[in-house]
Design a protein around this ligand. Structure first.
Ligand code: AP5
Length: 199
């Protein structure tokens, strides 16, 4: 794919445990900044729905709370970025990377990340939120057993992912209210967007 000029189209990775509010904050970011939102979880669920050949084993992996093979996720992300690259103002990559090698593969094959938002909350908070959402989400992985496995997968990988990007990473307290958290997000993204507009 043609390289993305990140001085004009910033790439923002949105990280955090399951239920940390990645999707919730992404909606607010899109509303203010007009970025293109690509959630790897949403891309994978859409792929499962499509019934494609590569979707066959995805459901089982996701119901076990494990990570889908990186080639599959990266391929979906690349296709989605390529399709929107011409008219995008920048990309919000939600839920990726989830392991060290994913970050490396993304930067090697797509573009360097501009800034990373990491939403930090306790396992108790994450579990409570996901169980609260379970009644209405219709998601096969929003049940007590899978939530435990999702948290384990997250905890097994997260420190290594974060340690790779000390200069680009901002930790945000995700125990706060949605609006308070968005206040912190804006402090980080306002200057990024202003710099991109100046280019
Ligand atoms: P994915 O769909 O990304 O799920 P997740 O990471 O588990 O996160 P969620 O979407 O459940 O939560 P969220 O952080 O977006 O929180 P939300 O805003 O909804 O991934 C699903 C699966 O796909 C993975 O398990 C894996 O198998 C696979 N996958 C995905 N990416 C992959 C990758 N890169 N590599 C390999 N496999 C991959 O909020 C949750 C709830 O809390 C909502 O009810 C919300 O209203 C509420 N809430 C949000 N913020 C607040 C707040 N501040 N205060 C109170 N309540 C709040």
């Amino acid at each position: 794919m043609a390289p993305i000029d990140t001085s004009e189209k910033p790439i923002v990775w949105v990280l955090g445990g399951p239920g940390s509010g990645k999707g919730t904050q992404c909606e607010k970011i899109i509303a203010k900044y007009g970025f293109t939102h690509l959630s790897t979880g949403d891309l994978l669920r859409a792929e499962v729905k499509s019934g494609s050949e590569r979707a066959k084993c995805l459901t089982t992996i996701m119901e076990r709370g494990e990570l889908v093979p990186n080639e599959t996720v990266l391929e979906l992300l690349k296709e989605a970025i390529e399709a929107r690259a011409a008219d995008s103002k920048g990309f919000l990559i939600d839920g990726y990377p989830r392991e060290k090698s994913q970050g490396i593969a993304f930067e090697n094959s797509i573009a360097p990340v501009t800034v990373i938002l990491y939403f930090e909350a306790s396992c108790e908070t994450l579990t409570k939120r996901l169980l609260g959402r379970a009644a209405s989400s219709g998601r096969a992985d929003d049940n007590e057993e899978t939530i435990k496995l999702r948290l384990k997968t997250f905890l097994d990988n997260n420190d290594l992912v974060l340690a790779q990007y000390p200069d680009k990473l901002t930790r945000i307290n995700a125990e706060a209210t949605v609006d308070e958290i968005f206040g912190e997000v804006q402090k980080i993204l306002d200057p990024v967007v202003a710099a991109a507009a100046a280019n």
